[in-house]
Design a protein around this ligand. Structure first.
Ligand code: NAD
Length: 247
């Protein structure tokens, strides 16, 4: 079975930048009709227009995953999706000793409750015909690092949530899997990875390099497409071996 998503309808949350924008472009170039959703209306509208100008199928939709009304509005306006990429996320870095509870709650609201809210709306619309939900977790949901307590807790939650939803929704033909990227270089973090601390971090990755957005293409298309028809509740790390680095 090839990694084809041609003719499928796909939703990508947090598609205005970084991984989400890349996933939206990848799915559109692979023949899917893609809805790019995020809070920044102008940015996603421009991104969707740019894809349409290349004869690809794309549209934009405003979405705040922390707002149940916003999630409900998007799904009530849209035809059912075959593929939903739950990518929206925030980092909320900070020392656990000093972090305000509001900051912790914001991270959980976006990264965990937001994923649940979108997955639930997606599953209700997929119930009749099935579909694939891909939750973008992180290797920080499986191991920890300094100053990322809220983020690591939220991503660990996403991994366990993925398994729980996979169990409940398999009977409807809805597959739910998680992708756990390691450190992927994007415009937002490239300055850090060029610093001494960033270089030391890269040295601890067994492959001795950061991931690129393209490194995620195969795993994302695998989980999104019918090539993974017998996979649900799976957790795939794409991290250059970072999770198996020596202690
Ligand atoms: P990014 O900041 O470039 O993208 C995050 C996207 O989520 C943006 O489009 C942002 O607008 C959107 N977003 C944030 N809050 C939202 C909300 N309430 N509603 C709707 N959209 C919202 O960051 P990124 O690095 O591209 O991260 C994308 C995902 O990948 C995140 O879930 C992140 O945790 C995960 N991830 C990234 C890396 C990495 O190295 N970049 C590694 C592992 C996991």
């Amino acid at each position: 079975m090839e990694l084809s998503v041609a003719g499928k309808r796909a939703l990508v949350t947090g598609a205005s930048s970084g991984l989400g924008l890349h996933f939206a472009e990848l799915l559109a170039r692979s023949g899917a009709s893609v809805t790019l959703a995020a809070r920044r209306k102008e940015r996603i509208a421009r991104a969707a227009e740019s894809l349409c100008s290349q004869n690809l199928e794309a549209e934009s939709a405003t979405l705040d995953v922390t707002s149940p009304d916003s999630v409900a509005a998007l799904f009530s306006r849209s035809k059912p999706f075959d593929i939903v990429i739950n990518n929206a996320g925030i980092t909320g870095e900070g020392s656990a000793m000093d972090m305000k509870i509001e900051q912790f709650e914001d991270v959980i609201a976006t990264n965990l409750a937001g994923v649940f809210s979108v997955a639930q709306a997606a599953a209700r619309s997929m119930k009749a015909h099935g579909g694939s939900i891909v939750n973008i977790a992180s290797i920080l949901g499986l191991r920890v690092s300094g100053h990322v307590s809220a983020y690591a807790a939220s991503k660990a939650g996403v991994i366990q949530l993925t398994k729980a939803l996979a169990l409940e929704w398999a009977r409807y033909g809805i597959r739910v899997n998680a992708l756990c990227p390691g450190y992927i270089e994007t415009p937002i973090n490239s300055a850090f990875f060029a610093s001494d601390a960033g270089t030391r971090l890269v040295h601890r990755i067994p492959q001795r390099r950061l991931g690129t957005l393209e490194d995620l293409n195969g795993p994302l298309l695998l989980l999104a497409s019918d090539a993974s028809a017998y996979m649900t509740g799976s957790v795939i790390a794409v991290d250059g071996g970072h999770l198996v680095s020596g202690l």
